[in-house]
Design a protein around this ligand. Structure first.
Ligand SMILES: [Zn+2]
Length: 255
């Protein structure tokens, strides 16, 4: 399954200065915003960012460094979650070193600092984060500013990294964090419920969400069960899909 609606990797790949080989496991997300500065809406801003990421002119030569580019793993807009550089094998060179080494860097379409970000973009960010946290097994939630860019697991903004602070970065800022974290809270409950249903199917308690009657449970009964399980989960420190599975199957090894 892929979370991406499109990929521009084929256009980026010939430009070797834009990426490097990944050597560290993924432990979190680092959020940026594009801030092209033209006052575009999210759709236009996304296209402008993608054009720049594809462009051979996106090449910074700055001694003593190797040539590099301003780029990301993923770029998100109102209707799109775009793969720029493949997460598993490569890191962008650069978005925020050295967090790039062990994180997924994401550019969110926002033309200017403080500009409101479209709800569709925020929803796509949340969707991507939920997918990535399950796929790579790290907790969601914004961390306190990093003390060491090599060692953190969760979510940070570019503004929160040691590197970002040293460079005076302010992206993505509260225009991202406020709606994003609110949605994270709201959607977690639905996601937990969906996951409980999935776990019940895996345990053969029900054969599908649409047909929960295998064990004689009615839909109401199932909802009761889900509600009770959900209450149990709320008491636990549940910040990731892996943590949820641990609560539901405390004696099962986590993969
Ligand atoms: Zn940034």
């Amino acid at each position: 399954m892929t979370i991406f609606t499109q990929s521009i990797w084929d256009a980026v790949r010939p430009h070797a200065w834009k990426y490097r080989t990944r050597t560290e496991p993924v432990t979190g997300l680092i959020w940026h915003s594009t801030r092209g500065g033209q006052g575009y809406d999210g759709r236009k801003e996304l296209q402008a960012a993608l054009n720049w990421f594809r462009s051979p002119n996106n090449r910074i030569v700055q001694a003593p460094f190797e040539p590099f580019a301003g780029i990301s793993h993923v770029t998100i807009g109102p209707d799109a979650i775009v793969e720029v550089v493949p997460i598993d094998d490569f890191i962008p060179a650069w978005s925020s070193h050295p967090s790039d080494e062990h994180a997924i860097s994401i550019e969110v379409a926002q033309s200017n600092s403080g500009q409101a970000i479209e709800p569709g973009t925020i929803a796509n960010c949340r969707k991507f984060a939920a997918w990535a946290a399950a796929e790579y097994r790290f907790p969601l939630g914004r961390l306190a500013p990093a003390g060491d860019d090599w060692k953190w697991s969760g979510e940070l903004g570019h503004e929160d990294t040691v590197q970002g602070k040293a460079q005076g970065k302010t992206d993505p800022g509260l225009a991202f964090w406020n709606p994003y974290l609110q949605l994270e809270d709201e959607m977690t409950k639905d996601e937990i419920r969906a996951l409980i249903r999935e776990e019940l199917r895996a345990l053969h308690i029900i054969d599908s969400a649409a047909n929960p009657s295998v064990s004689g449970a009615t839909l109401d009964g199932l909802d009761d069960f889900v509600t009770r399980a959900f209450t149990r989960l709320q008491g636990a420190d549940v910040t990731s899909v892996a943590a949820i599975k641990k609560v539901l199957h405390p004696d099962k090894p986590q993969i």
